[in-house]
Design a protein. Structure first.
Length: 292
C-alpha cells in the first residue's frame, strides 16, 4: 500500500497531533485526521482536513500515517484491527526505547515500514519557523528517505539511525538533562528567596541563564573524557575540590532555610567516587557509578 506522499493521515488530535496536522495543512498537504473524540477534529475540518470515521479508514487514506496518541498501549489498541501491509507508519507517541523496539517489531510483523519519533518541542513550536523545534526519527531508512520532506514540515527532522529505539533514547536523554537543569534552577531560586536576598527574580534569572549558558559546553569535556578513557583530561576543578566545595553549598542551604534534597543525591555519588580514590578526576566517573 503506497499512496501519494503529499497525503498524510494523523491519528490522535491532542495538542501535539493537532499542531502537526495544522502544519501540514498550512503547507498544502492533503490531511486526513482521526480522533476518538470526534469534536476535536472540527477546527481542522474548517482548515481543509478530511475526517475519517475510523482509524482503519484514516490509515487507508494516505501515503504516510502519523500516530500521536496518549501512550504506547493506545497505539496497539487503536491499530489492533487495522491492516498494515504496505503502510508507512510513523509513531511520535511518547515511549521508552524498549517500547519503540517492540512496536517496530509489531509493525514489521504486520507488513508495515516503521519510524519511531521523539519530539523535541512543545505544541506552539510546531510549524513555527525558526522555533528550534525538531523531531528525532529512527527505524526504516527507506521510509525516512521517502518522506523526508513531509516529515520536515512541522519541525526539523533528524534521523538518528536504523535501531528503532534510538529516537526515544535521544529524546529521554535530553529530557533527563533538562530535568537535572530544572532541579538546579529550582534550588537556586529557593536560595535567593531566603533571608538576605535583595535581587529581584527577573534580575537573578538573567544571571542564571548567563551562567548556565557558560557552563553548558562542559558537556564536550565529558564527551572527550569518555571517548579517551582519561577522566583527568582537561580537569581544572577536580573532584576533591568540588566535594570540599559542596560543604559550602550545603551550609548555605541550611542558612537560607532551603532543603538540599535536590542536590544531595549527586553530591553523595561524588563522595563515593572520591572515596574510591578518584580525587584528581572530574565528575565523569559518576556515569560509571550509575551504570548497573
Amino acid at each position: 500500500m503506497r499512496h501519494d506522499a503529499k497525503k498524510i493521515s494523523v491519528l490522535g488530535l491532542g495538542a501535539m497531533g493537532t499542531a502537526f496536522a495544522r502544519a501540514w495543512l498550512d503547507a498544502g498537504y492533503g490531511v486526513t485526521v482521526w480522533n476518538r473524540t470526534v469534536g476535536r477534529a472540527e477546527a481542522l475540518v474548517g482548515e481543509g482536513a478530511e475526517v475519517a470515521a475510523t482509524a482503519t479508514e484514516a490509515v487507508r487514506a494516505s501515503g504516510l500515517v502519523v500516530v500521536c496518541l496518549l501512550d504506547d498501549a493506545s497505539v496497539g489498541e487503536v491499530l489492533a484491527d487495522t491492516e498494515l501491509v504496505g503502510v508507512d507508519l510513523v509513531n511520535v507517541t511518547t515511549s521508552t526505547p524498549g517500547q519503540a523496539r517492540e512496536r517496530a517489531a509489531w509493525a514489521g510483523a504486520r507488513g508495515a515500514r516503521y519510524l519511531d519519533g521523539g519530539i523535541m518541542a512543545v505544541p506552539p513550536m510546531i510549524g513555527t519557523p525558526d522555533s528550534g523545534a525538531y523531531v528525532f526519527y529512527s527505524g526504516s531508512p527507506e521510509l525516512f528517505a521517502a518522506h523526508r520532506d513531509g516529515l520536515a514540515v512541522p519541525a526539523a527532522a533528524r534521523y538518528v539511525g536504523e535501531e528503532p529505539g534510538s529516537a526515544a533514547l535521544h529524546d529521554v536523554a535530553l529530557l533527563s538533562a533538562m530535568t537535572g537543569m530544572f532541579a538546579g534552577v529550582t534550588h537556586a531560586f529557593a536560595l535567593m528567596r531566603g533571608a538576605g536576598a535583595e535581587v529581584a527574580p527577573k534580575e537573578f534569572a538573567g544571571l542564571l541563564v548567563e551562567w548556565l549558558a557558560a557552563m553548558a559546553p562542559a558537556a564536550y569535556g565529558v564527551a572527550a573524557q569518555l571517548e579517551t578513557g582519561d577522566y583527568t583530561l582537561g580537569v581544572t576543578s577536580n573532584l576533591a575540590m568540588m566535594v570540599e566545595g559542596n560543604g559550602t553549598l550545603l551550609r548555605t542551604a541550611e542558612e537560607q532555610g532551603v532543603s538540599p534534597e535536590l542536590l544531595a543525591p549527586f553530591m553523595a555519588l561524588m563522595e563515593r567516587l572520591l572515596a574510591a580514590g578518584h580525587g584528581d578526576e572530574g565528575t565523569t566517573g559518576v556515569i560509571d557509578l550509575l551504570r548497573r
